[in-house]
Structure formats: C-alpha cells, structure tokens
Design a protein around this ligand. Structure first.
Ligand SMILES: [Zn+2]
Ligand SMILES: [Zn+2]
Length: 369
C-alpha cells in the first residue's frame, strides 16, 4: 500500500514549474528572434549577484545563524533583495533552516532531509505540505525582535511582486525594451538562483568531503561554492554554523565572507564570529584519528591514541590560552604582567605543538602506508 502524499502547495508548485518552463522556452526563443543586448545581460548579472548574496549574506549567515550583526540599512538592503530572491520571508526561511541544522537528516524534523533522496531535499519538500516542513516560527523569536525581519515578513508578497516584476519592467522601460530585462533579470535569474540554492540542500549533502564532521550528510564541495557565493563548504558549515565564513582558507571562494568582512570596515557589519583555529584543527584531528584508527592493527592502537591525545590536549590548551589572552586584552583592569604571562605560555605551547604535529603525521603515515 503506497503512502498517501501530502497535498500540493499550489502557489509554490506554480512558481517552481512556470518559471523554469519560461526559462527553457520563451527566454531562448526571444534571444533567437530579438536578441539580448549587453545592458540586459549586465542587469541579469546584477540581479543574480544581489539576490544570491541576499540569501547567503542575509538570510543564511546574518539571520539564520547570527554569525555577525548588522546596521539597520544593511539589514533593510538584504531584506529587500531577499524578497526578490523569491525564497519566502526571512522568518520562514530561517525557521526552516534552523530546523535543518538542529534535526539534520532526521526525516520527521529536518524540512529538507537529504536522507529522503535528491529530489526531496532539492525541491520536493517545497512542492507539498509535508509535516516536516511546517513551522510555527517558535525557533525564530529572536528574529521577531528585528523590525526589518518583521516588516519584510508582513509585506513579503507585495515586496516579492514589486522587485520581481515592476523593477525589471521599469528598468526595461527606461532602457527602451521592456521584455529583454524582464526575461533575463526576472525569469532566468529566478530559476538559476533557486536551483543554485537548492543544490546546497541536495548535492552538498551527497557529494564532497567530510573532514570536520562525518556524523551527518553535509559535504564540502568546492565546485558548488562558485555557484552559491561560498556556501559549498557545507560540512565545515554544519560543524561551525555560527562562523561568518563558510570557506575558512583565504583561497576558498567565499564572496559572502569577503563582503561581510569588507562591510565590517565601514561599520555596516560588526561582531563577526569565528572559532579559534585550534578548535577547527581539533575537529579535523578527531575525524582523522577515527579514520586512521579504523584502518590500523590493534597492536598500535594504544600508540595512536597517545599521539592523538597529546596533540588534542595541546590544541585544547592553546584555544583556552588564546581565549584568556583575548579576555585579558579586553579587560580594563588587566596588569601588564598577567598579559605577558599568558602570552609567554601561549607562545611556548605554540612552538611546542609543531613537534606534536610531526609526531602525529609520522604515526598516521605509518598506518596509511
Ligand atoms: Zn545542510
Ligand atoms: Zn546554515
């Protein structure tokens, strides 16, 4: 007996089927018959960038995870472009996303659980009224205190209509051709942005490395980062979800991180959060240890455990000292002596840790070889 499917979400289904249909038929047909000019392509790129970043910089890292704080105007800007991205209101999106992190891979609570297959996690979950997708916004009470998020939620529908049709039409009218801008910056952009975001829920839970946390399906996928403004480093993100960065290396393609950082120089963003690099190393070390241990003969498991515990302990101490040092640095009543003591211990341990790392690498290669 087949399971009864929940009822269709008619509005979502209409939007998510009609826009790709137009993008696959009328958009190329118009391009073939009339053509698109450089200005129209530039508008397409601008709308792509702003709506894509509104999800990453705004919906995801600012509102869902509170990875940093932001000025009223900054929030307002991303709230408006976020409505244009046509992925529901901030409150709704953040509520779903917080559930996704909290109950990741649990069929009944994760709204887009990857365990339910590619189609479901990609788009299926939006098309029907699944019980796992119902949220009462009880997990976004903090966001309801934000007047910008409240306002955007209240006026989401008119904002979405205005930014998606009136704005491209107005730009097209001023440019002297209504349809070209609407088709590219409106329709084609909506479809691509939708599916690029959806790929984080589907593909970034299927394909890629798991160097930070193998206990859930999230993956680090460098390729996806190029389409999602840096959101491809999803295994790291699930482990350290409140980090304002997703790609932590300087060379990781993460435009959202760069923008948040640059904005902090002007005061538009502030209070940027990130974990200690030693905490991150600890997370990787733990994954690596368990992998190596699984491959190693039991005769050396004690030896491995020792190496791991020594390095892990040193990393733990370093992270604690780093925190203490930052705190003494901030405290107004600190003495020079306290500060230099902590700094001295920190420096000693830091130079010592390279030996522990070498020992660990040697042990690891012994097992792997
Ligand atoms: Zn995820
Ligand atoms: Zn997230």
């Amino acid at each position: 007996m087949s399971e009864q499917k929940p009822p269709l979400n008619k509005l979502n289904t209409l939007i998510l089927t009609s826009t790709p249909l137009i993008a696959l038929t009328i958009v190329p047909y118009y391009g073939y018959r009339v053509g698109y000019d450089l200005f129209e392509w530039a508008m397409f790129m601008l709308f792509m960038g702003l709506t894509g970043l509104s999800i990453s910089v705004g919906y995801h890292r600012l509102w869902s995870h509170k990875a940093y704080e932001a000025h009223f105007l900054y929030r307002l800007f991303w709230a408006i472009w976020g409505a244009c991205a046509l992925q529901n209101s901030i409150l709704h999106w953040a509520s779903d996303h917080r559930n996704h992190h909290r109950f990741v891979d649990k069929d009944l609570r994760d709204p887009y659980s990857a365990k339910r297959g590619f189609w479901f996690s990609h788009i299926g979950w939006i098309l029907r009224k699944y019980p796992s997708g119902v949220d009462d916004h009880s997990n976004v009470k903090d966001l309801m205190e934000d007047p910008v998020a409240r306002w955007q939620h209240k006026y989401y529908f008119p904002l979405a209509v205005l930014t998606n049709s009136a704005l491209p039409l107005l730009i097209g009218y001023l440019h002297g051709n209504l349809w070209g801008t609407l088709l590219l910056a409106g329709v084609l952009r909506i479809v691509l942005n939708h599916h690029f975001t959806f790929l984080i829920n589907s593909l970034a839970h299927i394909w890629g490395g798991q160097n930070y946390d193998p206990n859930n399906t999230a993956r680090d996928n460098h390729l996806l980062a190029y389409f999602t403004y840096g959101e491809g480093y999803h295994n790291y993100h699930h482990r350290f979800q409140w980090d304002y960065r997703n790609g932590i290396k300087w060379w990781h393609f993460d435009p959202a991180k760069w923008l948040i950082k640059i904005s902090s120089w002007t005061g538009l963003s502030y209070g940027l959060k990130k974990p200690s690099e030693f905490k991150i190393e600890q997370a990787c070390l733990k994954v690596e240890y368990n992998r190596v241990l699984a491959k190693s003969p039991s005769s050396i498991s004690e030896h491995l455990k020792n190496g791991y515990e020594k390095l892990n302990g040193a990393l733990e101490d370093l992270a604690a000292l780093q925190k203490q040092w930052a705190e003494t640095d901030r405290a107004s009543n600190k003495s020079q002596l306290d500060q230099s003591e902590v700094k001295k211990r920190y420096d000693e341990l830091k130079s010592n840790i390279s030996n522990l790392r070498q020992e660990w690498y040697a042990l690891r290669s012994e097992v792997i070889a």
